[in-house]
Design a protein around this ligand. Structure first.
Ligand code: HEC
Length: 101
């Protein structure tokens, strides 16, 4: 493969992921989370500033298994166990795109 592809490809993939994540966010998360303002759940900006990708993906797929570790006394979020790994990654990338620089 041409050498420049190795440089360009990851950037293109990340951009596609974030776009896919935004679509999923609007479909599944918008009722409880907003991008930068607190809603029923914390804003994606505040999540991005304190959690890594793995923590975010685990919380989406199995909040009953993670809420204690994240410091909550009980879980009020539904599990999105139907989402596949690619969708979880896309959501995690989208959330992390709100991280303060
Ligand atoms: C019914 C409301 C609801 C929906 C829908 C929902 N969440 Fe949540 N979410 C919450 C609440 C409330 C919390 C805070 C923890 C708690 O009280 O259970 C939370 C916590 C989180 C956290 C961890 C917060 C932290 O402290 O790091 C992440 C990550 C998260 N949600 C992502 C998502 C994503 C992504 C979606 C869509 C796929 C989603 N949530 C859909 C209510 C919701």
């Amino acid at each position: 493969m041409k050498r420049w592809l190795w440089v360009v490809l990851p950037v293109v993939l990340t951009a596609a992921n974030v776009q896919e994540g935004q679509k999923l966010f609007k479909a599944y998360c918008w009722g409880c989370h907003h991008q930068t303002a607190e809603a029923f759940g914390p804003s994606f900006r505040s999540i991005a500033n304190k959690r890594n990708r793995g923590e975010i993906m685990a919380q989406i797929a199995d909040p009953d298994g993670t809420y204690k570790q994240l410091g909550y006394r009980r879980n009020s979020m539904p599990a999105f166990s139907d989402l596949n790994a690619t969708q979880l990654e896309a959501l995690a990338d989208y959330i992390q795109s709100f991280k303060d620089q």
